[in-house]
Design a protein. Structure first.
Length: 348
């Protein structure tokens, strides 16, 4: 029992993903045990700017465990962009008598959370959620497993059509600057080539793999390409405009169709591209994500009770723990090289 903590806010920011509602549910259910009120801050930091909060009760969270998205909404609003915003947030905080805030976010949201703790003194606890799995200090982020399951299922489906038409299928997946979704999706789906941001690829090598497969009687191939995978500078086949559009536009994406066209041009093999896009973020969380989200939600609330602020709930091995927010967002966590090696065993 901590008598100083009577009311906590919970906010979800950045891209949605499966499992966020399971975190909210866990926090509300755990908070009830200590008689702590939970306020849902609507639409990320925007809810604090606009004083848009709602009381989360047992009724509110009933039935949300399997639901995708976030019942309290999200946005990519930056709370620190101007002093006026900061003042509005301070007013909302005081008006609602918040004692703490649980921020469920990915790299952008938790970077802001870390700064709001360090520079503005807010008592904040983070929870890692992003399909990209690119946060430091935790083995897994909530949503990654669900996204990988979507990729694996998509590859299964693309296999049958690729095989029937003797085609190369290029599957473009999300993940920003880290190749977790691509690599794990490729392993789970059994793709023939995987291209990740961590290792620039040579078109000639990709085409050699495809030609070799064809010559040995494997008439179809599946390539998984990460949205931020880049051609090696030695063999850069992208035009300036294409490079700009794929990697430096408002959002990443578009390498898949260009790569498929290039492969067709070089090898003469029919190639098609599929961009999985937001399918990877939608829908129901896997059992793994529901369990992870539930454990991290409960841990986050207990960190609030223990006044362990400026830290993020995390999972290391089988254990739930906590790490400094600063460590979590220091830099994008690259995919484990061991996983790339595993995926490469199945190349060709
Ligand atoms: O960070 C999650 C993610 O889905 C990335 O994989 C992707 O690059 C990005 O968000 C898309 O952002 P938005 O939702 O703003 O289009």
């Amino acid at each position: 029992m901590n008598n100083r903590i009577r009311k906590t806010g919970i906010m979800t920011g950045g891209g949605d993903c499966p499992g966020i509602n399971a975190v909210i549910r866990a926090v509300v259910r755990r908070a009830r045990l200590d008689g702590v009120t939970v306020m849902g801050v609507k639409n990320g930091w925007l809810g604090l700017i606009e004083n848009n909060l709602e009381l989360l009760t047992r009724q509110t969270i009933s039935g949300v465990l399997p639901r995708g998205g976030t019942i309290i909404g999200t946005s990519r609003t930056d709370p620190l962009s101007d002093p006026e915003r900061l003042q509005m947030i301070r007013d909302t905080w005081n008006r609602n008598s918040l004692d703490a805030l649980i921020v469920v976010g990915g790299e952008g949201t938790l970077t802001a959370a870390s700064r709001m703790f360090r520079e503005q003194g807010y008592p904040i606890v983070g929870v890692p959620k992003t399909i990209d799995n690119d946060l430091g200090g935790t083995d897994y982020t909530i949503g990654m497993d669900s996204a990988v399951s979507v990729v694996a299922e998509a590859i299964d489906r693309l296999h049958s059509t690729a095989e029937s038409h003797h085609r190369v299928m290029v599957v473009e997946v999300m993940g920003r600057h880290s190749g977790w979704i691509a690599t794990l999706g490729a392993i789970a789906g059994g793709s023939d080539v995987v291209l990740v941001p961590e290792a620039p690829f040579r078109l000639s090598e990709v085409c050699d793999v495809l030609t070799l497969r064809r010559n040995s009687g494997r008439l179809f191939s599946i390539i998984v390409v990460s949205e931020d995978a880049r051609p090696h500078p030695d063999e850069d086949f992208l035009t300036q405009e294409q490079r700009q559009a794929i990697y430096h536009g408002e959002r990443l994406g578009g390498i898949g169709p260009i790569l498929a066209a290039k492969i067709e041009e070089v090898t003469g093999i029919d190639a098609r591209a599929t961009i999985l896009g937001y399918m990877q973020r939608g829908g129901s969380p896997t059992a793994f994500d529901r369990i992870l989200a539930t454990r991290l939600g409960i841990k986050a609330f207990e960190m609030v009770l223990a006044e362990e602020f400026g830290r993020m709930a995390a999972i290391r091995g089988l254990n739930v723990t906590s790490v400094p927010l600063e460590e979590a967002v220091a830099q994008p966590r690259p995919v484990d090289p061991e996983l790339i090696r595993v995926a490469r065993v199945f190349e060709g």
